[in-house]
Design a protein around this ligand. Structure first.
Ligand code: CP
Length: 321
């Protein structure tokens, strides 16, 4: 594996999930693979889970890890080509990425969208240039449009908590929020679960209010509805997530609080397990009574971020041999 940017970088969903669960039962089995290899983690935005779980995964594989908070400690980056850098940017992505590639065997980078111009964000210019110029394998720690480590982990978590012969019904349910959030997590979850559905692993539904459709490139094959209660009927897993509008790009429209999952809504499901990528705003996005109850998988899900990251790093290290 030379890059991990989207579900398209994985040939075999079932195999990668099985491999991640084997790593969970034997974390240090491949400690030799990363000996004298360095992972660089570059953050242009905050992170708790991605930062710590990816470091932990690298430690299990015997790697050394360097972390750069580029937004606070790095030079202001320029990504545009063909312009004179006579403004506020100090270093071009061409040099910055190439230099980081000199110090690291594998690089990870996180860069959120600005939510101002859809074409700019969905063009993923920074990520594409970083991959092109650094010269080493790159793992996305969340880009403007996708969060593949989160989605792989979500699939691992669903597999781990599903023990029946029939396919589970998985529902991604939009939730209220006070801020405009990116579409990266729901895009990515939709892309991964649509692929899982195509491979016969689940039935997948997306429920959102009018005005919150995701880009069709991520939702092929998913059942789409504006009716939350109907979507929740018979659900085995509910993935709660807010996102800002794709259509009216980056905007938040007034939506009833009735989209927040609470015990009354959960009662419509098939005793569903509840997931959220975290961080979550309690009693805005998701009711405390659900988060603190037996149906919540949010902590186990966050714990599984280690195994999602570890299986990706392991596959990249195997390519370096
Ligand atoms: N879910 C997730 O990516 O968490 P962080 O933003 O804390 O890394």
């Amino acid at each position: 594996m030379k890059q991990f940017f989207s579900v398209a970088d994985v040939a075999d969903l079932s195999n990668i999930v099985d491999e991640a669960l084997r790593l969970k039962s034997n974390p240090f089995a491949y400690e030799h693979l990363g000996k004298r290899k360095t992972l660089g983690l570059v953050f242009l935005n905050p992170s708790l889970r991605t930062r710590l779980s990816t470091q932990k995964a690298a430690i299990h594989l015997g790697m050394d890890v360097m972390v750069m908070n580029m937004d606070k400690d790095g030079w202001a980056l320029e990504t545009r080509d063909g312009i004179a850098m006579n403004g506020t940017t100090v270093e071009h992505i061409r040099e910055a990425a190439a230099v980081m590639g000199q110090y690291c065997d594998i690089l990870g980078i996180r860069s959120f969208p600005k939510l101002e111009d859809r074409d700019v964000d969905y063009g993923e210019d920074l990520f594409r240039k970083f991959i092109a110029f650094c010269g080493v394998p790159v793992v996305s720690l969340e880009s403007a449009t996708r969060h593949p480590l989160q989605s792989l982990t979500d699939l691992i978590t669903i597999r781990e908590h599903w023990h029946q012969p029939r396919k589970p019904k998985v529902v991604m349910a939009w939730a209220p929020h006070v801020k405009a959030l990116p579409q990266a997590v729901p895009n990515s979850f939709a892309e991964w679960m649509s692929r899982a559905q195509a491979e016969g692993l689940m039935d997948f539904t997306i429920a959102h209010p009018p005005g919150y459709s995701l880009s069709e490139q991520f939702t092929q094959g998913a059942t789409m509805t504006n009716l939350l209660d109907e979507a929740l009927e018979g659900a085995d897993f509910v993935y709660v997530k807010n996102w800002s509008s794709y259509e009216d790009y980056g905007k938040v429209q007034h939506i009833s609080e009735s989209w927040m999952l609470d015990h009354a809504k959960l009662a419509l499901t098939n005793q569903a397990k509840v997931m959220h990528c975290l961080p979550v705003r309690r009693d805005v996005e998701l009711a405390s009574e659900v988060l603190d109850g037996p149906h919540s998988l949010v902590i186990q899900e966050a714990g599984n971020r280690v195994w999602g990251a570890q299986v990706v790093l392991k596959r990249m290290l195997e390519q370096l041999l």
